[in-house]
Design a protein around this ligand. Sequence first.
Ligand SMILES: [Fe+2]
Length: 346
Amino acid sequence: MQIISKIYMLPIWFFGLFGQSKSFKANPIIGSRLLNILGLHILRVVLAHIAAHIRWFFLKPMMDEDEREAYHRDGFVLVPDFIDEETIQAITDKFDAMDVHPRQMVQGNTYTQRILLDDKVLQQSSPLSEVVNDSRLQDRLFYTGAKWHRPLMYIQRIRNGFVDGKKDPQKTMHSDTFHPTMKAWLFLQDVEQKHGPFTYVKGSHRLSLKRLKWEYRRSIQAGNISDGYSEKGSFRADAQDLEEMELAAPKGITVKAGTLVIANTNGFHGRGQANDGESRIEIWAYSRHNPFNILPGFGSKLMANIEQWGLQQFWLYKDRQAAKNISRASWHLIDADEMFLDNDGR
Ligand SMILES: [Fe+2]
């Protein structure tokens, strides 16, 4: 019925198959039980993994062998002391004086607060700009993201249990999408268990036969799942699922300030359980390529700027829509104070 009433969408749904589209709910072709029984989802998963491995091959010179090995073995890599305490202090000291416009999303009882690091923001802080533009960082992000294109980068603060609400859905183990994707955290503070550390199921990024079988079964049911995320293409995995795939238990990655963590978020991950009122702050990066493209891109700064501009236009459009409906956009503007004040209000 949905297909008939929206038949004009058919070309968009069809071309979505060849890109990042992942929602079993929004795209009835991706969500087709029959096509998934015939192996559509599995075909997309396998082809996307092959393409990512070809792109990683091209980008090999951008990361040292031991780090590449760790990334492909564990699904994440840790670089301790990537920046020193002085640099962190220099970055955080500037925060109060910067003219920035953070945005916030509320998920369950948790706030995610972000400032997009475009040129306008970076021009206001040379310590921050030096770290963000450091080729030691960018090269690693290019390689791990299998994309020779500057990732979207932010200052991010996660505020746990800051509002009454249900459980934060990002604290359930999940895979972001059906293909390898990269997220990175350069922590500006020590992260202990109470702060809700980034948590990862070691080795869960690997496309084992057991993972493929699990993906196959999930893809057939996906249209009928209603946990709010799996049906949109970000499969949730509980302890039983992980056991079924013979995967390890999730482990929180507690780190010292200045540590860089880069993860393939096709593997199962989430935010760790945190104490209410605790937060963590980090430089955060995010990269997704067309999953079926075997070429990593051209490293163009102009393209990265256009991507940032497009994202900002999208947010403004969502603001206008929300204003019309007398509501607020899911990524709504907040005061800089709300992001930079410490947990105790300092
Ligand atoms: Fe995620």
